[in-house]
Design a protein around this ligand. Sequence first.
Ligand SMILES: Cc1cc2nc3c(=O)[nH]c(=O)nc-3n(C[C@H](O)[C@H](O)[C@H](O)COP(=O)(O)OP(=O)(O)OC[C@H]3O[C@@H](n4cnc5c(N)ncnc54)[C@H](O)[C@@H]3O)c2cc1C
Length: 292
Amino acid sequence: MKEYDVVILGSGIAGMTAAIYLKRADLNICVIENDTPGGELNKIWKVGNYPGYESIDGPTLAYNIFNQVSELGVEYIYDNIDSIDTTNNIINIKDNKLKYKYLLVATGRRPRGLGIENEDKLIGKGISYCALCDGNLYKDRDVVIVGGGNTALNDAIYLSNICNKVTIVHRSNEYNGERSTIEKTYKDNIDRYMNANLVKYNLKNDEIVSVTLDNKKEIPCSGVFLAVGSIPNSELLDVDKNHGYIKVDNNYKTSIDNIYAVGDVIDKKIYQLTTASGDATIAACNIIDKLK
Ligand SMILES: Cc1cc2nc3c(=O)[nH]c(=O)nc-3n(C[C@H](O)[C@H](O)[C@H](O)COP(=O)(O)OP(=O)(O)OC[C@H]3O[C@@H](n4cnc5c(N)ncnc54)[C@H](O)[C@@H]3O)c2cc1C
């Protein structure tokens, strides 16, 4: 069985930041990632609030950080974890077992769906959670965006440059996003329905042709982008949580002594790149102190 000082779960900005600190402290570490390094960064078409870059697209920033981690020689394991035995400090991956002294959880969160009929089978075939990834599939067509936060509004602005028409459907009478972002959504090809809920995906030959709102309004469209919140990826761990978000102390330690959690998976107020990176720095330095 391979043994590590620290195993990091997740390779978003939080996991990669922790990897940089821990590897530079000469610890024996590995990162387990079950998808693409960069995590949510890969979904951001323009980052305007990350120090050092007036403006940069998320995938490029992800690539830059990933290169920095790779240059340090950090070991990556791309696989799904079956279970974690927190009594014996063992991670089970298929027939493989890894032993850790410290575990650093940086698994982020995943987008929430609306939970209505046909949704599951339409994900990736008409319904998307990522405007940057899938926007081009709907070039010159009409799309609907559900949500009223910064993600939904930024998606609307981004898609309005690619698609024919964008309609934002929001369940409340005001948006939760930043004022400057809201203002940018006032464009000729962006429509909006406030106090409205999407209740039905209407299909023809298994493709979305329109959606119906709870006010009976039918909006013709080829695609729907959902930006209605997130679910933390914390199911693998039995630690103290708040609505699924892992509770941590000031050093980012969970309710289990040798398990730390950082980034979007934890219970906190501000979910940003800089805070994810800051969480990871503090957690990594705390682990380094304990191991040295
Ligand atoms: C559309 C959008 C726009 C945004 N815009 C901005 C912005 O402009 N500025 C800003 O500061 N913030 C922005 N954010 C927020 C920011 O992206 C996040 O706060 C940050 O990326 C979180 O980083 P993280 O490393 O905690 O999580 P993630 O980036 O979610 O990384 C988690 C990683 O863990 C992996 N993972 C999950 N489960 C497992 C598992 N079981 N095993 C192994 N690996 C696993 C995932 O595949 C992923 O790679 C935006 C977010 C979105 C969605």
